[in-house]
Design a protein around this ligand. Structure first.
Ligand SMILES: Cc1cc2nc3c(=O)[nH]c(=O)nc-3n(C[C@H](O)[C@H](O)[C@H](O)COP(=O)(O)OP(=O)(O)OC[C@H]3O[C@@H](n4cnc5c(N)ncnc54)[C@H](O)[C@@H]3O)c2cc1C
Length: 342
């Protein structure tokens, strides 16, 4: 007979989200594999509840107590699972820590993910917004994933093309939203590796360290050092990293803005559009270091909203909305939140 599911009721989520926001879950289940998800689906009461899949809680803003079932992914494991003439395939379970996984791959002599070092959160959440940093993004090394389809009850396998990766975007934010629970992710590590030093600040950090031909470990160390200098550690100050995505505008809009704001920071995209630095826009509106109640804008990085102590999700959202309104008024550009509002 199957063991009954260990559902916990009324549990505080404060230590399970990096903003450190107090909110309670009506029910929470630690998910160790597909059997737990099948059991939830088979249970008439649990299957009817709203569901929130939770990894490290580093890309969430909890606006209130959660009235449904939180599925906390805790399945672990990492292994080399295949090979072709050009790649080594590695699979990690959803509950693994992303940074721990990156460090493990480097220790195995598998370079590729070093630019994505120290991004908080879990392996299972990494495809959701196609995590990216320092000139690299997950899609470059993604091979495939396995997920549980809560609607059909089937295990589904998705390849890169199925995931429709974009800038902080994937199919999991659209057609498969609230439907697919990612159980494991596989990555293809190229056997011939090239360092990726496209990001100027990373190249400068390595140059400052006197490293002309960096190994993947050198790059990981440099990324970790830059991130520790620039970003608040959620263990000390509650935050979810960048709170806004960089808005993408047409070339005409960017040209128009440049005339009025010659210091505008923008990056040309392959399709002719431009990505604007949201942090710069927010800074120019005078928000850096400011607070509204217990919600604040980080002193060094205007893109990062912080919990100065005891902030509610609604308070953080109020600050975010005030910033959005100012950016819209001054630049005519809408900036969208990156974390998921729950
Ligand atoms: C200090 C800091 C720095 C950051 N820097 C970066 C950065 O450089 N680049 C970047 O891209 N992001 C960054 N982030 C954001 C965050 O770390 C990533 O988005 C990360 O992938 C979120 O992982 P998580 O496990 O914490 O997801 P959670 O916050 O737990 O969940 C995020 C979303 O994914 C869903 N989800 C989680 N796990 C699964 C699963 N197994 N199956 C289906 N859905 C799931 C959740 O339901 C939710 O909708 C940063 C965050 C912080 C706090």
């Amino acid at each position: 007979m199957a063991t009954p599911l260990e559902i916990r009721h009324g549990l505080s989520l404060r230590d399970l989200n990096t903003f450190g926001i107090e909110a309670k879950a009506a029910a929470l289940l630690r998910v160790n594999g597909i059997d737990d998800l099948r059991a939830v689906r088979a249970d008439p009461q649990l299957s009817g509840m709203p569901r929130l899949v939770l990894g490290g809680g580093s890309n969430l803003l909890l606006l209130a107590d959660y009235p449904g079932l939180v599925l906390q992914m805790t399945n672990l494991g990492m292994a080399v699972t295949g090979e072709d003439p050009y790649h080594v395939i590695v699979t990690a379970q959803a509950g693994e820590s992303w940074h721990g996984f990156v460090q493990w791959t480097l220790a195995q002599g598998l370079p590729g993910l070093e630019n994505l070092s120290l991004i908080p959160g879990s392996v299972g959440a990494s495809p959701i917004q196609n995590i990216g940093a320092y000139g690299s993004e997950l899609a470059e090394y993604f091979h495939s994933l396995k997920a549980f389809d809560c609607v059909s009850g089937e295990l589904i396998v998705l390849n890169k093309g199925d995931c429709a990766f974009g800038y902080r975007d994937s199919v999991f934010k659209h057609a498969l939203r609230d439907r697919a629970v990612i159980l494991e992710v596989s990555f293809a590590f190229p056997k011939r590796w090239q360092p990726n030093l496209r990001y100027a600040e990373l190249a400068a950090e390595l140059a400052a360290r006197g490293i002309a031909q960096p190994t993947a470990r050198d790059i990981s160390d440099a990324v970790v050092a830059i991130r520790q200098r620039k970003l608040p550690d959620p263990a000390t100050v509650g935050n979810a990293g960048s709170f806004f995505k960089n808005p993408v505008v047409t070339a005409a809009k960017r040209d128009e803005l440049l005339i009025r704001h010659p210091g505008l920071v923008s990056y040309a995209q392959a399709d002719g559009s431009y990505k604007l630095a949201a942090g710069w826009l927010i800074d120019q509106c005078g928000w850096k270091g400011k607070s509204l109640g217990a919600a604040g804008v980080h002193e060094k990085q205007a893109l990062v909203l912080v919990n100065r102590g005891g902030a509610s999700g609604a308070e953080i959202l109020r600050l975010a909305n005030a910033i959005r309104a100012d950016v819209l008024e001054k630049y005519g550009v809408t900036i969208e939140p990156e974390p998921v509002l729950v």
